[in-house]
Ligand binder design. Structure first.
Ligand code: SF4
Length: 659
């Protein structure tokens, strides 16, 4: 069917969606997005870069062409950043399109291996002493007997030992497994093989790409595909960097040694070697654990290259010990017990993988990679340090894997925040999408919402430029108070740091603000949002995770306050490494990198406010660099077209109009 005909059959004023969805309004922006995706699909290996503002209905706009064009000879992957959006596509959007169209297309949800229960490891765990009488294990065991898909997302409780019973490549026996016919993971893979439309997430998509890069025959996690639609495409760089890098934590070897000890009781093994590995691991990570900073360059903490060199010697010593354990495991006699044999084989492969990744994390040598560390917590094990070996730029990797000519796979990259300065130069550069490629198209469609009428952008011109001065924090918190009084709560306060969040929280709690205050970290984010939706006047203070992906339609969210322009934290090692790389290659790190990155984040924060055509409210950006610095206009020009005001009296009048 010609593109225009079938697209208007769906999206037109009297189209199928209008008939199927109460309240559906035909939007030219939606048809433009659908046409751009369809053109890339029709071109086979075209690449469409698409920014679609809030309310365009981009999910259906790409899903309908995808379902129209998918067939056994043309498999299409739809990749999302979050599991939540993947679930929404699988449970709501795909069934909707299939029912409207009576589509014969087979769709399958594909998740990473670790999301599925391993029946072999579950069987082994049942016979383990440590599970006897454990009520949490009894609960997961009961679920394992009735579960349809063995997907961890089915659980309505958290099982702390999931890592021991989930499918993983080291313990998996594949076709030789006694449970292969019933295996949840392989059943999903068979379904994926049959399907023409695959729903995946970015982490899995790039892990598959990383596995394929090894060049080994049949090395892949997904069946071959012809086209990929990336939703939430502004996350691609982060997702790709994680998949092509390595992260090795201080708890990795102690956890592995615990597992080995559990099995070693039944075997003839050198327990001193396990102890030695633990001791070496501890001395390797101790300086990092004592470092005290959330993120750091490993070489800085280890005080220079000399010490890093000694860490490499230690790594070599651990590697030798791990080789020894692997060899010992190879020689073990399982006494004819297939379950024990499976565990021994799995543990041996885990030792080999741990050695490879440890060596890469501490000893990898590639000028496009940076070695950095982070501090966190590992549940009951307490503080945890992780060494990351991350690509500084994923552009050359993706160029080789996805965009090079002749290209075998086409793509559509879709997001509400993808363009900067009105173009796609930044994202193309970060992802390595060639400039001179006539089959790459760019489409920007704005939101259909009436921002000019329904939204104000307030910048308090009287405030000084942000600084760490306590006086500034006081003035800015007072501005927040005045705004909250005008809106009578119903606000998201978005911060660029916990320090600023906590300072504002202290100030607001000491005032007589009569509205419920919700602070990130007090409870899970989802619960905070749920309470916010239930309360008419709540005030929620959040950092990074509230800048995007949080959807509060309706009047309960009528004010969004942004404390500062969201430039990346300058101390972040990955950010620093990227800045250095751009500077060394003669680029403008601020104009070409830091600024566009902040532009995208600001658009995301702004986008929290207006979620439906009926929403109305104020976005207040308290950072006066917007009006005092030359680059401020580069932010303002590409925000939704709200009316700009600089006097709080106009904000008060705007909120009074509602009453
Ligand atoms: S095939 Fe692999 S993942 Fe499946 S049950 Fe067996 S060992 Fe576990």
């Amino acid at each position: 069917m010609p593109t225009r005909t079938y697209l208007s059959r769906y999206f037109g004023d009297q189209g199928l969606l209008k008939r199927a969805l109460p309240g559906f309004a035909a939007r030219p922006q939606q048809q433009t997005v659908a046409a751009a995706v369809d053109a890339a699909l029709a071109a086979g290996s075209g690449v469409a870069l698409i920014e679609a503002g809030t309310g365009v209905g981009k999910t259906l706009a790409y899903l309908i062409p995808a379902l129209q064009r998918a067939k056994p000879s043309c498999r299409i992957v739809v990749s999302t950043h979050t599991l939540a959006l993947q679930a929404q596509l699988a449970e709501k959007d795909v069934p909707l399109v299939q029912s409207v169209w009576k589509s014969p297309v087979e769709a399958a949800v594909v998740k990473g291996r670790g999301n599925y229960l391993c029946l072999q490891d579950m069987d082994a765990a049942r016979s383990d002493l440590w599970t006897v009488g454990d009520p949490e294990f009894a609960r997961i065991a009961a679920w394992s007997r009735t579960s349809e898909r063995g997907d961890v997302a089915e659980l309505d409780f958290t099982y702390p030992g999931w890592a021991d019973i989930r499918a993983n490549p080291d313990t998996c026996k594949k076709q030789e497994c006694r449970f292969f016919d019933r295996c949840f993971y392989y059943r999903m893979r068979r379904e994926a093989q049959e399907a023409s439309l695959l729903l995946v997430n970015h982490a899995l998509f790039f892990s598959d790409l990383a596995v394929r890069r090894s060049g080994e025959p049949d090395a892949k996690l997904l069946p071959d595909y012809d086209f990929v639609v990336f939703d939430e495409a502004h996350h691609l760089e982060t997702a790709a960097a994680a998949a092509f890098g390595v992260a090795f934590s201080s708890s990795r070897l102690p956890v592995l040694m615990d597992k080995l000890r559990r099995v070693a009781r039944q075997l003839d093994m050198n327990m001193d070697r396990l102890k030695a590995i633990e001791a070496q691991s501890q001395s390797l990570f101790d300086p990092l654990l004592r470092g005290g900073r959330a993120e750091f360059f490993v070489a800085d903490i280890m005080r220079g290259e000399e010490s890093l060199q000694s860490a490499r010697f230690q790594t070599a010593a651990v590697s030798l010990l791990l080789d020894g354990v692997a060899l010992e495991l190879l020689k073990q006699d399982a006494g004819g017990h297939p379950a024990l044999k499976d565990r021994i084989d799995g543990l041996r492969r885990q030792c080999v993988r741990a050695k490879e990744e440890l060596t890469l994390a501490f000893g990898g040598d590639d000028s496009n990679f940076v070695r950095w560390g982070s501090l966190g917590r590992a549940g009951r094990r307490g503080p945890m340090a992780t060494v990351h070996w991350t690509p500084i730029s994923v552009a050359p990797i993706l160029q080789a894997a996805l965009w090079k000519e002749p290209r075998s796979v086409g793509a559509a990259l879709v997001s509400a925040t993808l363009s900067t300065d009105g173009g796609f130069g930044y994202i193309r550069k970060r992802l390595g999408i060639p400039d001179a490629d006539s089959r790459v198209t760019e489409t920007v469609v704005g939101s259909p919402f009436d921002y000019a009428k329904r939204c104000l952008l307030y910048v308090p011109r009287h405030l000084p430029v942000p600084s760490d001065d306590p006086g500034y924090a006081y003035d800015s918190a007072n501005e927040m108070l005045a705004l909250l009084e005008a809106s009578r709560g119903g606000a998201f306060l978005l911060f660029t740091s916990y320090r600023a969040l906590n300072a504002a929280y202290e100030h607001l709690t000491q005032s007589d603000l009569p509205y419920p205050l919700l602070r990130q970290g007090e409870m899970p984010n989802a619960r905070l949002v749920q309470i916010f939706k239930e309360e008419e006047n709540a005030v929620l203070l959040g950092t990074q995770s509230f800048w995007e992906g949080v959807d509060v339609p309706g009047a309960n969210l009528r004010l969004v306050i942004i404390d500062r322009l969201p430039f990346a934290v300058p101390d972040s090692p990955l950010h620093k490494a990227r800045v250095d790389e751009i500077t060394q290659s003669g680029g403008d790190w601020f104009g070409d990198f830091a600024l566009p990155q902040a532009q995208l984040r600001l658009k995301q924060g702004f986008g929290r406010l207006i979620r439906t055509s009926q929403d109305r409210g104020v976005v207040a950006i308290l950072d006066t660099r917007l009006v005092r610095k030359a680059y401020g206009e580069r932010f303002l020009r590409f925000l939704p077209p709200a009316r700009r005001v600089f006097d709080i009296a106009e904000v008060e009048a705007f909120f009074r109009e509602e009453e």
